[in-house]
Design a binder for this molecule. Structure first.
Ligand SMILES: [Fe+2]
Ligand SMILES: [Fe+2]
Length: 348
């Protein structure tokens, strides 16, 4: 390895070869355009790359010990080094060997005898391509982050709109969302589906946007007629959320529609029974009721928290799916951890 005199501003080419004549030749060609590092064996190359990744590697194929194909395999299997472009340099011009190199993830192949102009052109174009690829990846990463944030903001807005007249809504919607995903995991839901439910759950009351304030804010018991209007928030929410056909909003629509359906068929809007009610909605119902029962109580208030659990237990089989209530109780420790986490955020 020759590290001396490397210019920090230059892109680095690592030449890996056991033939000194070859190394000298490539070094002459590439210097001073690039900072050239040398490794005289595959093993040494791996060590050098682990310390500092070069911008590109010119890799000999046949070497004593670890050969070039092996080096390439190791680098491509490690996410930290997988994107370093590798150009194989070999005397073997057989199509088969080229194919092996490409299959292993090499970007190009140079055959000996080395032609300086060709080496420079290939290295330059691969470095430009790698730069462009990095820039594209950065843009994609930024967009993905932006998109995830927009999605979360949209969920928060819809969630808050649905709980506009409630206290402590910012915390309620995300806390009950975490109870929901914890229960979904306990019910053996795949992790991605549980995560989707966590994002869908805050929107369960979106339909309350469509309920007049005179009913939503009524400081008294609702009349039978007003109660009928209030109940329409489930279908209104479904109507709003089902406009999007993405899995997230489809799940949110399903939850909004059925989050007041009860296991024994006494709920609304359809009076669905048992497993005819979507499991997502059955989960969210438990999480939402538990949070409503405990939301103004600090997690250390064991009496009220135990009372909330016993209310769920009492109504298991009538309001709630008993299997899900049992599971919810079985993950009490996790539920209280979630509650403690949010309590600390809201300062209660
Ligand atoms: Fe509701
Ligand atoms: Fe709620």
């Amino acid at each position: 390895m020759n590290n001396s005199g490397l210019d920090n501003n230059l892109q680095t080419v690592l030449v890996v070869d056991d033939a000194l004549a070859n190394i000298d030749l490539l070094k002459d060609v590439l210097t001073p355009t690039y900072a050239v590092k040398i490794a005289t064996s595959g093993e040494l190359a791996i060590k050098i790359i682990a310390k500092q990744a070069p911008d590109i590697i010119l890799l000999g194929v046949i070497m004593p010990g670890m050969d070039g194909h092996e080096v390439c395999k190791i680098l491509k299997s490690n996410s930290a080094t997988a994107n370093i472009p590798i150009i194989f340099v070999t005397a073997m011009a057989e199509a088969h060997d080229e194919q092996v190199g490409f299959d292993l993830g090499a970007v190009d192949y140079i055959t000996k005898p080395i032609k300086p102009a060709l080496v420079m052109a290939r290295v330059k174009s691969q470095l430009i391509l790698a730069d462009q690829q990095r820039a594209c990846e950065l843009i994609v990463q930024e967009r993905t982050k932006e998109l995830a944030k927009s999605q979360k903001d949209a969920i928060t807005m819809l969630g808050r709109a649905g709980h506009y007249n409630d206290k402590d809504t910012g915390v309620h919607i995300w806390r009950m969302a975490q109870y929901s995903s914890a229960l979904a995991r306990a019910a053996q839901w795949p992790i991605e589906q549980s995560q989707l439910l966590e994002l869908a759950a805050p929107m369960h009351d979106t339909g309350k946007i469509g309920i007049p304030d005179s009913i939503l804010k009524a400081p008294r018991k609702l009349t039978a007629e007003e109660w009928e209007v209030m109940k329409t928030h489930a279908e209104i929410g479904y109507g709003i959320l089902t406009v999007s056909d993405t899995p997230l909003f489809q799940m949110a629509a399903e939850v909004a529609y059925a989050h007041h359906e009860k296991w024994d068929g006494s709920g609304y809007p359809k009076g669905l029974k048992g497993e005819a009610i979507s499991e997502a909605a059955r989960i969210v119902m438990i999480a939402d009721v538990f949070d409503a029962l405990t939301m103004s109580r600090p997690y250390k208030d064991e009496w009220h928290i135990d009372k909330a659990f016993s209310i769920l237990e009492k109504d298991a089989g009538s309001h709630f799916d008993k299997r899900l209530v049992d599971l919810f109780i079985s993950i009490k420790v996790e539920i209280l951890e979630i509650k403690a986490h949010w309590d600390s955020k809201s300062g209660s």
